[in-house]
Design a protein around this ligand. Structure first.
Ligand SMILES: [Zn+2]
Ligand SMILES: [Zn+2]
Length: 487
């Protein structure tokens, strides 16, 4: 149960978001679930569903026939979604492991009575062959290439190599449970494999010299039930692929409440991991907070790469702008994934060189964004339609910015962030009394401006601006207007 105040503010935010035109698109899809024809979009009257998947509806046979070719391509995937929902609802799917305080901190896939599933935790260096790995089947071959180490693995007690291969690749799956195993296991493995592919694509795994300090990867926008929940698998799978390179994964996000292992205050522990000079070691660290919070904590040092798993940078409901600007100005290699064509298009539009704020340097993924390690768990992009999406479907690599702020380059500091906050506050102040639709935009603008202020303070702490003054110091009257406008 949420505390009353938090629940009220969530309600308020929901009402605000419902007014937004782009949100309305999704709501319409939701409301018309089962009540519109997938082919001609007509609403009202009676409908019949696809008998195989039951996920799409038609107003009559002619519409059904017309849609047959398009739907035929996705019907099987939609049937698999139904199996997943059925097994998920039965409660047989996941089991959390509790720590001493009773908090759930690790999840294992478990389908009672059928089989347990764990990834083989190989500790061998398979990096030499991983260099040329370009598909799911390459990875499966790599994982099953050594009988000896496989035999020592706990997985051997529950699943043999042939079953592992069949389930990972989705070859002749024999039951609903196997279909669900295929979905979940590719979903989870997609995260470390995508991370590996991103590191490799940035050239960060070239072994010109043996690296003893850990490669630090910030996973931003990390959520407790997504990437942070798979941290054990991410760490183990990634480690077999990068070989001797030591790795430190830092999961950062305000929703990253991974219970039992939230140690954001433990600077000493972090320092030990950060300076651990041990070849082939991998560790994970969980930081609950925004990137600005991390920046002004003792845990920040410039990462070797930042990974964002479908962050939706283009969606204003979470104030990503300052984080993105900061990382691009710092020339930090930044990999991000998108889960649909629409998500990819909106992301590309946002970071394109015609955008005066971002104009990112796209290092890879511009012409071909398809990620070879996309999750094989396809789900409907919108209910009742033939559109499918999946985790990490597309992958983009950014490094640096084309149009630096301010003009003439220089290091991005607190005063620049305050200037950005000021410009956002100006556009808030210039608006008249907002309509309900503008209310939602107003909310987004205020969040963005507050985030700039937070970043300004964080940057002042780590490298106070030199040669020019903070807006708040130079012009306190203006600044008090800004703080009043953004609340
Ligand atoms: Zn129709
Ligand atoms: Zn169907």
């Amino acid at each position: 149960m949420l505390p009353k105040k938090a629940s009220q503010s969530l309600q308020k935010r929901l009402v605000e978001l419902k007014e937004k035109p782009e949100t309305q698109g999704y709501l319409r899809d939701e409301q018309r679930h089962g009540m519109f024809c997938c082919s001609c979009n007509v609403r009202g009257g009676s409908f019949s569903s696809c008998s195989k998947c039951t996920m799409v509806s038609y107003c009559g046979d002619s519409c059904k026939d017309r849609d047959a070719t398009i739907h035929g391509k996705v019907c099987k995937a939609l049937q698999a979604v139904c199996h997943f929902d059925e097994i998920h609802a039965s409660g047989r799917l996941w089991r959390g492991c509790c720590d001493a305080s009773g908090q759930v901190h690790e999840y294992r896939i478990l389908i009672d009575g059928v089989r347990r599933f764990q990834f083989p935790l190989l500790i061998e260096d398979r990096s030499a062959r991983a260099k040329s790995m370009t598909s799911w089947s390459d990875w499966v071959n790599l994982m099953t290439s050594n009988q000896i180490s496989w035999a020592r693995d706990p997985i051997n007690q529950i699943m043999n190599q042939d079953d592992f291969r069949r389930i990972m690749l989705g070859d002749s799956l024999q039951s609903k449970e196997e279909t669900v195993l295929h979905q979940i296991s590719t979903e989870i493995a997609s995260f470390p494999l995508t991370l590996f592919h991103a590191l490799r694509s940035f050239g960060l795994l070239r072994n010109e010299k043996v690296r003893v300090e850990p490669l630090v990867i910030h996973v931003i926008g990390a959520e407790a039930d997504k990437e942070a929940a798979y941290s054990r698998e991410i760490q183990c799978i990634l480690q077999t692929l990068v070989g001797l390179t030591p790795i430190l994964l830092v999961y950062v996000g305000p929703l990253n409440s991974k219970s039992g292992r939230v140690i954001e205050e433990d600077a000493q522990h972090f320092h030990n991991l950060r300076t651990r000079k041990e070849l082939g070691s991998a560790s994970s660290f969980f930081f609950r907070g925004t990137y600005a919070d991390l920046l002004c904590s003792p845990l920040y040092s410039q990462p070797d790469m930042v990974m964002a798993f479908h962050p939706g940078f283009h969606d204003g409901t979470y104030p990503w702008w300052p984080t993105l600007q900061f990382l691009l100005h710092e020339n930090v290699p930044l990999a991000l994934t998108c889960f649909s064509e629409k998500d990819l298009q909106e992301t590309l539009d946002m970071i394109s060189d015609t955008n005066p704020v971002f104009g990112a340097k796209i290092v890879y993924g511009q012409s071909d964004s398809k990620n070879p390690f996309a999750s094989q768990f396809l789900v409907p992009a919108a209910e009742g339609t033939n559109l499918l999406r999946s985790s990490n479907l597309y992958l983009l690599g950014l490094n640096g910015i084309l149009k630096r702020f301010p003009k003439g380059g220089g290091i991005l500091d607190g005063s620049h962030m305050e200037t950005m906050a000021l410009s956002v506050a100006m556009s808030i102040m210039n608006e008249g009394a907002p309509s309900p639709t503008q209310q939602a935009d107003l909310y987004i603008l205020k969040e963005r401006a507050r985030s700039y202020v937070k970043f300004a303070n964080a940057l002042q702490q780590i490298r106070p601006c030199v040669g020019h003054t903070m807006v708040s110091e130079e012009n306190p009257e203006v600044w008090s207007l800004v703080t009043a406008a953004i609340g």
